[in-house]
Design a protein around this ligand. Structure first.
Ligand code: LCS
Length: 397
């Protein structure tokens, strides 16, 4: 039977079929969970060859596993990259990329609004290893260029940014990075490859917290890096081998399952978020709302240009600041007060005291994470039920 040429497939088709199709041996449509730590060699010579990076086969799950490989192949396909490498968490993926590219004495230049864990890596851990992270407002691309010197080894941006939803011009920053022979790394967690494909806009490396929309069901912690094969091979050989932040076969399988429904889920996350953003905009107790899909968002035009749709995260501030915001978070009955995002369930949290508590008061003010800012990860519930819940919680202020 001839096979459909997946290179011609549209994104949704790739999400369903990209990971390899029917297993010729068993007929299984779902990639098996190869829950094995080690793999038998055909001979002593074969084993020795594999340790030299020659020949076909698996050695040991820290270095590679067929279920992980299926997930990696799928992510490379979806991001339009040559290869991918899965990690045990988004932070393992981000720190892995940085450690692969930087040595003691080097620096990186990053956007200044990033996940609080990434900011903590920059501020607390990297300096211990002699690596400096220079955080600048990358919504003005020239700021990135000004911070580069001869010890800079990579540019890192997160767009849309967690939690301010700033949109950064990937194409412009890629041009700046390449003019200085530097790779551009983009954290694509908030957008997913369905909404934004940084490699097609000129970026060199994409990282994800796959914990979020890729998994999509709030049951897995994982990360993934996509880039050129040469870099991914180096990352596997250096970082996975030595530091060991490997994904489990079960988690790789959960992500493969998540990917099958990614476009359908993202469409619903986006339409729900848009409805909620509009509802909040007109609510008398709300000070301001930020959602890249609203024309009031300062980077709305750029978001339209580089994204297919605007994502599932909405931030807002209620009149009365943090105290009033706490009332809302304590009174929701359908939405859950919890960190993380991208789950089927809607989640609400307070970045200044939770996900971004690693930022000092001055840093929070500088990047625009106000004391009153509330982040809502809009889930897959019926939007009317979410609006009813927000309405009753807002009435408690
Ligand atoms: N990148 C972004 C944009 C993130 O939002 C997160 C986690 C990470 C990387 C790290 O990924 P992890 O190691 O957790 O898989 N963001 C979280 C958040 O906003 N709430 O809880 C975790």
């Amino acid at each position: 039977m001839s096979k459909f040429d997946l290179r011609k497939a549209h994104f949704s088709t790739l999400c369903v079929h990209g990971s390899g199709g029917v297993d010729p041996q068993t007929g299984a449509l779902s990639v098996p969970i190869y829950q094995s730590s080690t793999f038998a060699f055909k001979s002593a010579k074969h084993g020795a060859q594999l340790f030299q990076g020659e020949g076909e086969g698996y050695v040991y799950t820290r270095l590679g596993n067929p279920t992980q490989a299926a997930f990696e192949r799928e992510m490379a396909f979806l991001e339009g990259g040559e290869a991918a490498l899965a990690f045990s968490s988004g932070m393992a993926a981000i720190s892995g990329v940085i450690l692969a590219l930087c040595q003691c004495g080097d620096n990186l230049v990053s956007s200044d609004t990033v996940y609080g864990g990434t900011h903590n890596l920059y501020k607390e851990s990297l300096p211990n290893w002699g690596i400096e992270a220079r955080e600048v407002d990358a919504t003005v691309p020239e700021n990135i260029e000004k911070a580069i010197d001869d010890k800079t080894r990579l540019i890192f941006i997160e767009t849309p940014a967690n939690p301010t939803l700033d949109i950064i011009d990937i194409q412009k920053i890629a041009e700046i990075a390449h003019a200085h022979n530097l790779p551009l790394v983009v954290d694509n967690t908030f957008a997913t490859p369905y909404l934004q494909q940084p490699l097609k806009l000129g970026a060199d490396i994409v990282v994800h917290s796959a914990t979020k929309y890729i998994g999509g069901h709030g049951d897995t912690i994982a990360g993934v890096v996509i880039g050129e094969s040469e870099f991914i091979d180096e990352l596997r050989a250096k970082i996975l081998r030595d530091i060991g932040g490997v994904i489990s076969p079960l988690n790789a399988w959960l992500l493969l399952r998540g990917l099958k429904t990614l476009p359908v889920r993202m469409d619903r996350h986006c339409s729900n978020a848009m409805e909620i953003a509009k509802f909040l905009t007109f609510h008398p107790k709300v000070n301001w709302v930020r959602y890249p899909g609203l024309t009031t968002h300062p980077h709305h035009e750029l978001a339209r240009k580089q994204m297919r749709n605007f994502g599932g995260i909405v931030t807002f501030e209620v009149k009365g600041g943090r105290k009033a915001g706490e009332k809302v978070m304590d009174n929701v009955t359908l939405i859950t007060l919890a960190v993380s995002l991208g789950d089927c369930d809607s989640l609400i949290e307070h970045p200044a005291s939770m996900t971004h508590s690693t930022y000092s008061t001055e840093e929070l003010a500088k990047v625009g994470i106000t004391e009153g800012l509330i982040r809502l990860s809009v889930g897959l519930e019926d939007p009317q039920d979410l609006i009813e819940d927000l309405k009753q919680a807002l009435s408690k202020i």
